[in-house]
Write a protein that binds this ligand. Sequence first.
Ligand code: SF4
Length: 271
Amino acid sequence: MSAHWDKHSTWEDAEKSWDVRSSELEQSHPIRQLVKIPKLPGIRPKTKKHLRWKAMNYLAKYDEEKFFIKYFFSNPIKHGFNLIRSYLTPLPFTRDDDFFFYGLKNEQEFRDMLVKKNSKLVIGFSYCHKPFECPSGRFTQECAHETNNPVCGQCFIGKCVHSLPTKQVLPVFITTVHQIGEVIVKEVKKHPKLEITYIITACEMTLQMFGDWANMMNVRGLGVRLDGQICNTMKAFVASEHGIKPGMAVVLDNTKTRILDLIKFRRDANI
Ligand code: SF4
């Protein structure tokens, strides 16, 4: 983390040198890119029906170590109340373009959390937007973010990781919803004096399906919608959770800028 950014005295210098190298690498070591962003609905109309029920069913079915069931029953009254309260809202988040806020009204409230000295930021990147040529592999919880690797040098995840501050920040490379859920629960338990918040990239369907569970945990944070070759049916979602993801999801350019602005903001807060 921070390796590239720490070599520069200002954010602007670091970003400029990253972007120049990235453009050069696009010519010298081209990687597979999405040539055209397909126009797909975030969730297919048929899939939208009873989506909250499908989410609950999915979580229970694939909860092999009974992690979520155990967590729920660790405080069933509080968790049940939070879950019902979330189910009573039409959507479990407040949306601002590709930003989905959980337990927060808007970006300003999220920024207020990011500057808190007692906050810890979990930043999770879906494997669905790793490059196909990723040296750590796509369906893995690893990211080598090698300084000299030509693929990492063109990768948005690599750029984020190299720009992240190190203190009270945890990058996570997400393969399944169970994995990221467990990471957040463990962080909450491990740091009772810190407020855990998160930025997580995922398809719109995933952000909608599992928002109620984030609200149940009462952990406030930000989901970032992916575009490109996304999963918008249950079949595609379940396959992707098992590592079958032939398509490439992407973070749109203006959304990339918004994420980097938040990372810069956190870095400048100097926690
Ligand atoms: S930065 Fe991480 S995710 Fe991106 S190509 Fe390198 S190892 Fe893969």
